[in-house]
Design a binder for this molecule. Structure first.
Ligand code: AMP
Length: 557
C-alpha cells in the first residue's frame, strides 16, 4: 500500500471525534491491508514495533525541527516559527513541504512498508555500538531523507510518528474493535482482546484474525515477552472487598515497592516492570536471588520488589527505590545502597501458561518452587480467611509495619492480564493517589527562574488516546525535585508560548490531593484541589484514565 493512502486515512481519522466512525475507517483500512496489515495495526497507533518491544526512534522534537529544516531547505528559525504558529510540528512539516526550497532530483513513491522499515532502521541505530552523537547524526540524515522524498501530507504523519504522537485519537480498544469488524463482522472482541493481552502484539493478533478465530484463540503467552500485569480495583471496606472477591479469600500485605514480572527461560532470568520495560541489568541482585531460590526451568513470577534500608533494615518508599529503575551505571553501588527483597505473589507460567488455572492452584505451584530465604526472596505475607476480624488484624499489622495496607484476592479466579476485573482488590486507608502525566509546564520567575515550576497534569482518555488536563501543581516541590523535573522535561518540549511549554506526556507522577472538583478550567472537566507530588512513577507508562477520575469523583459524593 502506498503511504499516501495511509496518510489520507489518518486525515480522515483525525477529522472525526466519533469512536464508531474511527472504528469503521480503520476496519476498512485493515480489510484492504493485505500484506501490510501487520504494519498498519502498528502505524495506526503511531508505533513502529509491538508494545512489548522497547526499541524507540529516540529523536526529540528539537532534533526533528533541524531535520525538517534540512529536508525542506528552510532555516531552523523558520521551522520553529511555523511550529509555534501551527502548534504542531507535523503541520509545520506539511506546510514547508508544500513549498520546498530544495527539490529532490529523483522522487520515489513511498510505501507503507518502506516507511516503517526506514523508521525501524533508525530506531535500531541507537542500539548499535556507535557513539551517541554519531548515531544521532546518522538518524537525522535518514529521517531528513525520508521527509524530503515525501508529499506534504505524508510529511505531517511521518513527523508525528517519529515523535510518537500521532494525534488521531486511536486507543487499543479501537484497534481491537476494528479488527473484529474487519474480520468477524464485529464479533469476537473479547477473544481478540484476550489474544492481545497475552501477546502484547497486534501484529500477531491481526495475522491470526486473517486466518480465523481458532488461530486467534491459539495465541499464547511466551517467555521473555512480558504480559500486562493484572491490576487491582480499590475498595474502601473489608466487606466491600469480600463482596468483590468472595469468601474465603487470600489476604496479602500490600507493599510499597515496584511490580516486577520475572521470567525464567531455560534458567536464564529477565525482569520486566509494569511498563513492560526490561530492567534485568539494573537488578543483578534480583537475578542472583531468583537463580538461587526459584526451582523451575521455565516460569513467570508476578512479584513486588521492595527496597530496604541496609543500616536498620526498615522498608524504604517506592520513590527511593525507583532510582534503581533508571540507573544504567554504578549499578553495584546502587545494589549496596538500596538493597531489595523480592516478594512473589503469583505464578502465571510453569513450563506452560497457567493463567487460566485457579489462583489457589497457581499458589500451590508457587509455594512448591520458592525456596524461601531470609529476607531477599520470600513469599508475600499471606493468609486465607473468611473472617472480617482476621482481615482487620492483618490490615493493622501491615500498616504498623510500614506497609501500604492489604490486598484481597479471589481464590478461584484466573489471571486476567491488564484488567481491573475485581479478582484482586486493594484496601488502602488513605485517599487514593493518582498517577498523572506532566503535559505542560511553566518557566518560573524571580528566584526560581530557569526552572519549570508549574506543572500541568493530565489524565489519559482511553477513547481518544489523548491526554486531558486535570489541574496544575505549583507548591510543595523541593529544589531538588524542581531541578530533576526541569532536566527531564527539557528534551520533551514540543511547543513553547511565552513562559508556557507543552511537553510529550512521558513523565508520570504520583499525586496526592484534597479532593476532585468539576471545573470548566481544564479540558477534562475536572480539577484536583491542592495537588502535591508524592513520587515519580517511572515504572508506569500510562497515566490513570479519565474514567478513573470520574469514578473517584462519583465516590466522593
Ligand atoms: P496500585 O498501584 O495502588 O494500583 O496497587 C497495585 C499494586 O500494588 C500492584 O501493581 C503491585 O505493584 C503492588 N503490590 C504490593 N503488594 C502486593 C501484593 N501482595 N499483591 C499484589 N500486588 C501488590
Amino acid at each position: 500500500m502506498k503511504y499516501s493512502e495511509l496518510a489520507e486515512k489518518y486525515q480522515e481519522l483525525e477529522s472525526t471525534q466519533k469512536t464508531l466512525e474511527k472504528t469503521d475507517i480503520l476496519a476498512e483500512l485493515f480489510k484492504e491491508g493485505g500484506e501490510d496489515l501487520e504494519y498498519l495495526v502498528l502505524l495506526a497507533r503511531g508505533r513502529i514495533y509491538p508494545e512489548w518491544n522497547e526499541v524507540e526512534i529516540g529523536l526529540s522534537s528539537s532534533m526533528m525541527q533541524d531535520i525538517i529544516a534540512e529536508a525542506t531547505g528552510y532555516t531552523e528559525k523558520e521551522v520553529e516559527e511555523l511550529w509555534r504558529d501551527e502548534g504542531d510540528l507535523g503541520l509545520a512539516a506539511e506546510e514547508l513541504a508544500k513549498n520546498k526550497k530544495q527539490q529532490k532530483l529523483m522522487s520515489t513513491t513511498l510505501t507503507v512498508e518502506k516507511v516503517i522499515q526506514r523508521l525501524r532502521k533508525v530506531a535500531e541505530m541507537s542500539k548499535e555500538g556507535s557513539s551517541q552523537s554519531v548515531s544521532q547524526d546518522k538518524k537525522k540524515k535518514e529521517i531528513a531523507d525520508l521527509i524530503s522524498s515525501s508529499e506534504p501530507l505524508e510529511a505531517r504523519y511521518i513527523t508525528r510518528t517519529v515523535l510518537s504522537h500521532l494525534r488521531i485519537g486511536i486507543g487499543e480498544g479501537t484497534i481491537r474493535d476494528a479488527l473484529a469488524e474487519a474480520f468477524f463482522e464485529g464479533e469476537n472482541k473479547d477473544k481478540i482482546q484476550r489474544a492481545y493481552d497475552f501477546t502484547n502484539d497486534f501484529t500477531e493478533v491481526a495475522q491470526a484474525c486473517t486466518k480465523g478465530i481458532e488461530e486467534v484463540e491459539e495465541l499464547k503467552l511466551e517467555l521473555f515477552r512480558p504480559v500486562n500485569s493484572m491490576l487491582a480495583k480499590k475498595v474502601d471496606t473489608i466487606e466491600e472487598g469480600f463482596d468483590s472477591v468472595g469468601k474465603p479469600a487470600v489476604i496479602d500485605y500490600k507493599y510499597d515497592g515496584m511490580r516486577a514480572q520475572i521470567h525464567i527461560k531455560d534458567r536464564e532470568v529477565k525482569i520486566f516492570t509494569r511498563r513492560l520495560e526490561d530492567v534485568t541489568e539494573q537488578f543483578p541482585d534480583v537475578v542472583e536471588k531468583v537463580e538461587e531460590h526459584i526451582d523451575a526451568e521455565n516460569c513467570i513470577l508476578d512479584t513486588e520488589i521492595v527496597g530496604f534500608n541496609p543500616e536498620d533494615g526498615s522498608m524504604i518508599e517506592f520513590q527511593k527505590l525507583s532510582k534503581r529503575i533508571k540507573r544504567k551505571y554504578d549499578i553495584q553501588k546502587q545494589v549496596n545502597e538500596i538493597p531489595v527483597e523480592v516478594r512473589p505473589f503469583d505464578l502465571i507460567y510453569l513450563n506452560e501458561p497457567i493463567l487460566e488455572e485457579e489462583y489457589s492452584e497457581r499458589l500451590e505451584k508457587l509455594d512448591r518452587i520458592v525456596d524461601e530465604e531470609e529476607r531477599e526472596l520470600r513469599l508475600v505475607d499471606r493468609e486465607v480467611t473468611d473472617e472480617e476480624e482476621k482481615v482487620q488484624e492483618m490490615q493493622q499489622k501491615s500498616l504498623s509495619e510500614g506497609h501500604e495496607g492489604i490486598m484481597m484476592k479471589k481464590l478461584d479466579a484466573e489471571y486476567k492480564p491488564g484488567n481491573r476485573v475485581g479478582y484482586m482488590v486493594k484496601l488502602k486507608p488513605v485517599m487514593e493517589t493518582l498517577d498523572l502525566a506532566i503535559v505542560a509546564a511553566k518557566w518560573s520567575e524571580g528566584e526560581r527562574a530557569g526552572w519549570l515550576g508549574r506543572l500541568f497534569l493530565g489524565c489519559y482518555n482511553k477513547e481518544t488516546g489523548e491526554y486531558e488536563q486535570v489541574g496544575k501543581m505549583a507548591t510543595g516541590l523541593t529544589e531538588e525535585q524542581l531541578e530533576e523535573i526541569t532536566e527531564r522535561l527539557k528534551p520533551l518540549i514540543e511547543k513553547e508560548d511565552g513562559r508556557k511549554v507543552w511537553v510529550q506526556p512521558d513523565i508520570i507522577v504520583e499525586v496526592e490531593y484534597e479532593e476532585i472538583q468539576q471545573s470548566p478550567t481544564y479540558n477534562s472537566g475536572y480539577a484536583l484541589r491542592f495537588p502535591r507530588l508524592k513520587s515519580f512513577r517511572d515504572d508506569k507508562e500510562e497515566a490513570d484514565s479519565k474514567e478513573k477520575i470520574e469514578s473517584l469523583y462519583e465516590d466522593q459524593k
